[in-house]
Structures are given as structure tokens and as C-alpha cells.
Write a protein that binds this ligand. Sequence first.
Ligand SMILES: C[S@@+](CC[C@H](N)C(=O)[O-])C[C@H]1O[C@@H](n2cnc3c(N)ncnc32)[C@H](O)[C@@H]1O
Length: 283
Amino acid sequence: MSFEEETETTPLNELEQIEINLLLEGLYQKYGYDFRSYVRTSLSRRIIHRMRAERLPTITALLEKILHDPAYLERLLNDLSIRMTEMYRDPSFFAAFRNEVVPLLRDLPEIRIWHAGCATGEEVYSMAILIQEEGLAEKTKIYATDINEKALRSARKGAFPLEKMQQYTKNYLRAGGKKAFSEYYTTDHQFAYFHPIMEDNLTFAQHNLVTDGSFNEFHVILCRNVMIYFNNDLQQKVHRLLYNSLADGGFVGLGSKESILFMPPGLDYEEFNATERIYQKRK
Ligand SMILES: C[S@@+](CC[C@H](N)C(=O)[O-])C[C@H]1O[C@@H](n2cnc3c(N)ncnc32)[C@H](O)[C@@H]1O
């Protein structure tokens, strides 16, 4: 079983919980990475995994290493971010986006899209292809951000494992794709390369949804399968950030298991397509 799929949890004892709190506090105070309001189960499992991988006896020993050696920090950060993603994940979401949202974007002079929590970029290239097929590439700017610099480095390359292409082709067609999917990539023996689709209008940058603010006004924000790892307070905070970053009439798309239950009061959204978790900010 891979680390990403690992589900087994051993409940933490009281001391380990204290150590985890101290580690998260240290990470925040020293480096500004704020994981204090993430759902604890998965976070704790990942911290313990890192402690064991570094052959350290305690979480406190890991904290000590992290405070004094940024190499440990980078490895822990990489573990703490759950990057599972795929191209056209939930194809029906992308089909709804193409059929229902795109017609409402068509007349805008410029379209700005933000992928918040883009991981290794599969969602971003999926959107870029869709936008290109709809003839909107010239006037669309896509901003893709993540907290994880390593994931972003990989995203910039636009290279995805060749063995995934069969599944991604199925997803693409179910999402309403209009061509042979293979037209969009070149291959070597290991990877399919999607670079340079929309290259001039596609920007990847590091951005932390917990601690960084709004940086533009967008017509579409996809923040899918990110808040699922946040506690209710943090979800509310991030919902506010997304709302304040949306133009009036703009759309936000969430992941299939994400709920708007934790949206704070006062965010005036219409359920545009509730099944696909697409909401429109009222004008
Ligand atoms: C499971 S992936 C989702 C990827 C993609 N949106 C999708 O649905 O397929 C979650 C991503 O959220 C990122 N993330 C977690 N906390 C974040 C934060 N505070 N700010 C920005 N990105 C964050 C992780 O690094 C990870 O790449």
C-alpha cells in the first residue's frame, strides 16, 4: 500500500498529541507554515511516518531537526501535503463546467481562472485543454497555486506518467473532450508531456491558503479536494478568501466530497450546480 493510500491509524497517546501540537507550533513560529487547523488524523499519521523515515525516536526529536535543518523541513512539508490528483478528476464536473459555465464566460473580455491547491497540475492542464477547445485560450489567464513547492516544480513540467494515459483518456472523453486525447501530448518511454499547452497564459506560483491573502480578482476559482483536510474554522477562513477573490457573478468549484455547510454566513452564493459543487457569487 502506498503512503498516499495508507489508511491505518493507531490512536495517539496523550504525550504524542502534545508533541504534535508543539511540532505544529514550531513549524508555524519558525517558518510560518500553519498546519495547526488541519484535520489531525491524517496529519499525525504523516508526521509519524516522517519521524520513522528519518529514524528518529520521538516527534520531539523530529521537531528539533526541523528547527535546525531546513532539509528536514522540506521532506516533512512534502509529506504533509496530500497530492492525490488526476486529469479530469470527476469527469462530470468538467462536463458541467464546459456545458454550463463556459457559455457564461464567453463574452468576458478577459477570463481569469485560479486553481487553488493545484498539486502536480493535472487539474490545471485538464482545464487548459478544455479552454483551448472552447476557443477561449487567447483571452484566458490561468493561475495555479499550491503550498507545496515540490509539487509545483513537477506541475511546471506538465509531465505525467505514461501508464495513467489510458485512464485520463477515458476521463477526458467522459468530460466532453472533443479530440483524440493523444493530440495534446508527446511521449517518451516514461511520461506524457502536456507542456506547452497555453504556456503563455499559465502561471504556477506558491501560495498558502491559510496565511496568504487574495492576489487578483477571478471569474473562476477551483479549490477542489483541498479544504477536506481543514477543520471547520479554517474552511470558513478559506471560503472567505475565495469569495473575496471572486468577481461578482464568478464561479467557485469544490471537490465532490466537499460541502458548503462550513461556509461562513454572509457569502452570497447561488447553487449553480449543486451536484457538481459549482456555486456562483451573486451579482
Ligand atoms: C489532494 S490535492 C488536490 C489537487 C487538485 N485540486 C485535485 O482536486 O485533483 C490537495 C492539494 O492542496 C494543497 N494544499 C494543502 N494545504 C494548502 C494550503 N494551505 N495552501 C495551498 N495549498 C494547499 C496540497 O499541497 C495538495 O497539493
